[in-house]
Design a binder for this molecule. Structure first.
Ligand SMILES: Nc1nc2c(ncn2[C@@H]2O[C@H](COP(=O)(O)OP(=O)(O)OP(=O)(O)O)[C@@H](O)[C@H]2O)c(=O)[nH]1
Ligand SMILES: [Mg+2]
Length: 378
């Protein structure tokens, strides 16, 4: 039976990014604790997570997005990381990223070795064949810490409790979460009169002296902000368009702030609604509250390139010191990935709340209330 609990899976999803399915490929207790048994079950299976459980109550391991093989070489993988989930029976999640400088040694593919991470064998589970002693397999891989992975000041005691007596070693294939076909729809969609809706937007005029309404798309990395603009734009263009770059990456794929105009083939002028696409929020908070407020207050020009290490302040190039009402954000749309809603990072939720609080207090939005765009529900 799988030992990877829901809490462990959720934590791994947060680190890997997005909701994932975990398919058990290999289990030392079931398949035998040997290099050949591991490779026979796991080679050519895509991304995997290897999880070790020891007699001291530690749960730790490594994630790699590269398929295992038996070709006797090291492979680079900038998405790999080591991790601790449990330390002496208490839940203590810790991620140890691969060091960019030692990328070429990320994982070691050797037919005689179990899952092996790092040029110094930062985590080498076992080699050859290990027979079970009472309730554990005595791991025989040596561990040279902090060579290829950044152990964040931790040592082998923090990581494994200095104990390689494995009660089990499991390897899971990690795949995108597949929504179940039999899931009942979470709401009944009203019959949408698409043409009516479209023409309402084409003829929409904002109140007062505003030329157009700016809607800011705010959400986590990969939540679907750029794709949302592409979808809306495609509807009005009557064909599939992909003006905004979209895709999956560790950090936000959108690095430039864009104020997208939407042109309809049925009207000469662009719609008086613009979608403002920004960098995705990350757990490590690449955009803080004051950066976001600078965006909301209209200080950023179209095509502003974000530099995560430089805060958005009045002295940076391109900063609009005196934005007009037309430059401001008038409405905020929080974009949420429905497939990852149960592993939604706390820090991003806090950022949403902090933005709402600041904006509510200052009464800044022209269009009160917030939009929630739930992406990837189909
Ligand atoms: N199935 C499905 N996939 C989607 C949907 N929207 C976006 N995606 C996919 O999700 C991934 C991320 O989408 P993006 O639009 O780049 O997300 P983003 O929020 O702009 O991401 P960053 O700019 O990197 O912060 C892409 O691979 C898209 O193809 C959707 O509605 N359904
Ligand atoms: Mg984007």
């Amino acid at each position: 039976m799988s030992k990877l609990t829901k809490a462990y899976k959720d934590q791994l999803c947060t680190w890997i990014g997005g909701r994932k399915d975990f398919n058990l490929l290999y289990q030392a207790a079931r398949d035998g604790c040997s290099g050949p048994a591991f490779h026979q079950k796991c080679d050519n299976s895509g991304a995997t997570v290897s999880v070790c459980y020891n007699t001291a109550g530690y749960v730790f391991g490594g994630y790699t997005s590269v398929s295992w093989s038996s070709d006797g070489t090291f492979k680079p993988d900038n998405q790999a990381f080591l991790f601790g989930l449990q330390a002496a029976n208490s839940f203590q999640p810790q991620k140890y990223p691969v060091k960019t400088a030692n990328l070429q040694h990320t994982v070691y593919h050797n037919a005689q070795y179990g899952p092996t991470f790092g040029g110094g064998h930062d985590l080498c589970t076992f080699t050859s064949t290990i027979n079970k002693q009472s309730n554990y397999f005595q791991g025989n891989g040596h561990m040279s810490f902090n060579h290829t992975y950044d152990m964040q000041g931790h040592d082998v005691t923090n990581f494994t409790g200095n104990n390689l007596q494995f009660t089990d070693v499991e390897v899971y294939q990690v795949t995108e979460h597949a929504a179940r076909k039999d899931e009942t729809p979470w709401r009944k969609l009203p019959e949408v009169k698409q043409k009516v809706l479209k023409s309402e937007l084409e003829t929409y005029s904002p109140p007062g002296k505003l030329d157009h309404v700016n809607i800011l798309l705010l959400g986590a990395v990969g939540s679907g902000k750029s794709s949302y603009f592409n979808t809306i734009n495609s509807i009005f263009q009557g064909r599939i368009t992909s003006v905004a770059r979209s895709g999956s990456a560790e950090h936000s794929l959108t690095t430039t702030y864009r104020l997208y105009k939407i042109k309809s083939t049925d009207s000469r002028q662009p719609l008086k609604v613009r979608l403002c696409d920004t960098r995705g929020l990350e757990d490590g908070l690449n955009l803080d509250l004051s950066d976001l407020m600078a965006i909301i207050d209209g200080h950023l020009p179209d095509r502003f390139t974000f530099n995560p290490s430089v805060p958005i302040r009045p002295d940076i190039p391109g900063y609009k010191k005196n934005p007009t009402l037309n430059d401001r954000i008038h409405c905020i749309a929080f974009v949420v990935d429905s497939t990852a809603i149960d592993v939604f990072p706390d820090k991003i939720l806090q950022t949403f709340k902090a933005v709402q609080h600041r904006v509510n207090v200052q009464g800044e939005l022209l269009i009160p209330g917030y939009l929630y765009i739930i992406s990837k529900s189909i």
